[in-house]
Design a binder for this molecule. Sequence first.
Ligand code: FAD
Length: 286
Amino acid sequence: MSQPPDFPLRRLRVTAVRRITPRTLRVTLGGSSLAGFTLAGPDQQVKLFLPRMPGTEPVLPAVGADGDVMRWYGAYAAIPEEDRPWMRSYTLRAHDPVAETVDIDFHLHGEAGSAGDEGPATRWARSARPGDPLGVFGPSAAFAVPFEPGAGDWTLLYADACAVPALATVVAALPAGRPALAYVQVDDPADVQPLATAGDLTVRLLPHDVPAADAVRAGTLPPGSPSGWLAGEASAVRRLRRHLVEERGVDRRAIHFTGYWRRRLSQDDAPTSEDLAEARERLSTG
Ligand SMILES: Cc1cc2nc3c(=O)[nH]c(=O)nc-3n(C[C@H](O)[C@H](O)[C@H](O)COP(=O)(O)OP(=O)(O)OC[C@H]3O[C@@H](n4cnc5c(N)ncnc54)[C@H](O)[C@@H]3O)c2cc1C
């Protein structure tokens, strides 16, 4: 693919797949386009373009000489639905500059014992084999809002099962000795992968059947002003943020929050009025 050198679209292939927790698959991706790639920091999201038929090359538009992302996206959206690759958001869990590979951890939602329905990205990961091709767009400043884990007096984190991979990159970036409290909400504690950090991290597992905001409301928080990072099911994240801002007095600008998925809606579904309100709020505090 000949494209402007700074356009972050890559065709990669699966090089390895391994199960790292009962419901998490680590998929390693490689390709010559990763030569010279660097990972700018934690919490780096990418858009995956997954072929409808796993194992086949995804149909992706050519990138124009002007490198215009919106024009490229328009061409992608114009691909007939039956050929258009699924586009899904995932986090770069790790980068190995020597092997020129990146890892992505797929939480297998919808799998026995785990909440939710299955979706095409989960199905793709479950069937992934070395050699399988996919497209990867990003990381890109267009959709990555950097989180500064060392701001404020301490770091407050929340992740559900599919946000644990991103959480792992955030805690790995905590400065040495930095106080941090991570609320983790999973159906099965075995799905919490090891969270390596130099920070002074406390992990509190929240019950899976209680809304996160209610579970956090029932506990105490350390003194001082936190910087917050919240990721998980959209309405749970919204309610938790509201609790922290309205009932705990946390500065709304100090909380970085992202809805990772929506109950009974796929990432192909249009934004709801709540999603749009959240986007407006994000812009107003941005
Ligand atoms: C910035 C960002 C980074 C992300 N990083 C990761 C990551 O590193 N690893 C990861 O596993 N996920 C990650 N996600 C979440 C992932 O994009 C969604 O879970 C996505 O919907 C999965 O696509 P799908 O095709 O499997 O399901 P979809 O087709 O989108 O949805 C199908 C059905 O599954 C349900 N569903 C979707 N996701 C979940 C879930 N997590 N739990 C329970 N039910 C669900 C939906 O409600 C729907 O009913 C990230 C999301 C964002 C926005």
